[in-house]
Structure formats: structure tokens, C-alpha cells
Design a protein. Structure first.
Length: 211
């Protein structure tokens, strides 16, 4: 089996949301739904020093996330209908809409805030790694859309060989929870998963709560 996954370069990402918008367009999603979300993580403070100047440890960076097609997907384990499956050839985790009863259990279970419950169809929805595109050898639409080339997708072992094994930066949870198939290049400001020195500055945006 080839396990597929995403690569995200936080040294390149400017937080422009082109990846998110390209996905929404390709998947024809309603305005309140996104399969890829860009988190703005910000923190730090400033303080006066004795010479009248000010020092600061303020930081801000972006994290673009879709489904991580985890090795131990909590969404799959929690679904009471057995409607979520991990593909035996690609490792892609997807929801069978025919089996889904819209309980929203996967939405609650995923520590990455990935599945969404469609209000009209009452079905759980999420990123499937653009399975139709990748079956034809094309990258997911978010990867091709990124103007900064901050995203990639492919065999996770090849991505790890090329970029290392970091699988989480704040505000992501510890990778120990689900063993996500993602590789991250950390920017200089990046904090470890579980960091409490910053906050998600666009929380309403990423949780879908109307402003
Ligand atoms: S398109 Fe690229 S640079 Fe823009 S938010 Fe997405 S990953 Fe970051
Ligand atoms: S990121 Fe969430 S939705 Fe995707 S496989 Fe992991 S637990 Fe499931």
C-alpha cells in the first residue's frame, strides 16, 4: 500500500487562502463550508526595557490544513454507521454518503476540526485528497493552486524522506492522537503542538461560526 499525505511549508505560506478557495470552487461547497482551512496563529507580547526602548516576542504564522488521512483516524473509529473507510491502496480516509446518517459523530471526534455536517443534505463531508484527480496522477487542486508552492501531496514516505518527520505545529494537536499523514516544514516562529502562548486569531472563520 502507498500511504498518501500532504506536505505543508509554513516558511512559504502567506495565509492568502487560495488553497481553500480553489478547493471550495472545485468541490462546489457552500460559503460556510471549507474542506481546507487556514489557521492564523498569533501570540507574544511587548514590554518596556530600562533604556526606554521596547522588546517584543510577538509572532504570527499560518497553518493550512485539510484531512490528514490519519493512520489511526478518530473519525472512522467513532462513526456508528461504519460509513468512514480507509482505502487499502492509498490510505485515503473517506465518507460513504450512502451510509452516513448525519449523526455528526465524526465532526466531534476529529481533533483536526476536519469533517463538516452539511446542513441541507444532513451528511458528513470532508476532504478526500481529491481522489478523482490523484487516481489520474494529478495533484489535489489545493496543491496546484497555491501561488507560493507551500503545499504538496504524494507518498508520505517520499515526503518524509525529502522534508523530515515533523507532523504538527500549534495550533495542531499532538500527532500522537491519530498519527496524521502530514509533513510540516516549520517556520522560525512555529510553536509545538499544545502550545498555549498563542491563540487562533480567526477562530470564528475556521469553526464556521458566523461573525
Ligand atoms: S494558497 Fe499557499 S500560501 Fe496561500 S494560504 Fe494556502 S498554503 Fe498558504
Ligand atoms: S484528520 Fe480527522 S477527518 Fe481526517 S482522517 Fe484524521 S481524524 Fe479523520
Amino acid at each position: 500500500m502507498t500511504q498518501y499525505g500532504f506536505y505543508f511549508d509554513s516558511t512559504r505560506c502567506t495565509g492568502c487562502r487560495t488553497c481553500e478557495m480553489a478547493c471550495k470552487d472545485y468541490k462546489d461547497l457552500p460559503e460556510t463550508t471549507a474542506f481546507r482551512k487556514v489557521y492564523d496563529y498569533e501570540g507574544g507580547t511587548w514590554a518596556p526595557s530600562t533604556d526606554g526602548a521596547y522588546t517584543s516576542d510577538a509572532f504570527a504564522y499560518h497553518v493550512s490544513l485539510a484531512c490528514n488521512h490519519c493512520d489511526q483516524p478518530k473519525c472512522l473509529a467513532a462513526c456508528p454507521q461504519g460509513a468512514i473507510a480507509k482505502d487499502g491502496k492509498t490510505g485515503i480516509v473517506s465518507i460513504d454518503e450512502g451510509k452516513c446518517i448525519g449523526s455528526g459523530t465524526c465532526v466531534e471526534a476529529c481533533p483536526y476540526n476536519v469533517p463538516v455536517l452539511d446542513k441541507e443534505s444532513k451528511k458528513g463531508l470532508k476532504c478526500d485528497g481529491c481522489a478523482a484527480r490523484t487516481a489520474e496522477g494529478t495533484k489535489p487542486v489545493c496543491v496546484e493552486a497555491c501561488p507560493l508552492r507551500a503545499l504538496d501531496f504524494g507518498d508520505i514516505e517520499e515526503l518524509r524522506a525529502a522534508h523530515g518527520t515533523t507532523a504538527g505545529i500549534a495550533p495542531m494537536p499532538s500527532p500522537d492522537e491519530t498519527h496524521p499523514n502530514i509533513v510540516i516544514k516549520e517556520c522560525a516562529a512555529a510553536k509545538a503542538p499544545g502550545d498555549k502562548t498563542g491563540t487562533i486569531a480567526n477562530e470564528k472563520e475556521v469553526t464556521g461560526v458566523p461573525a
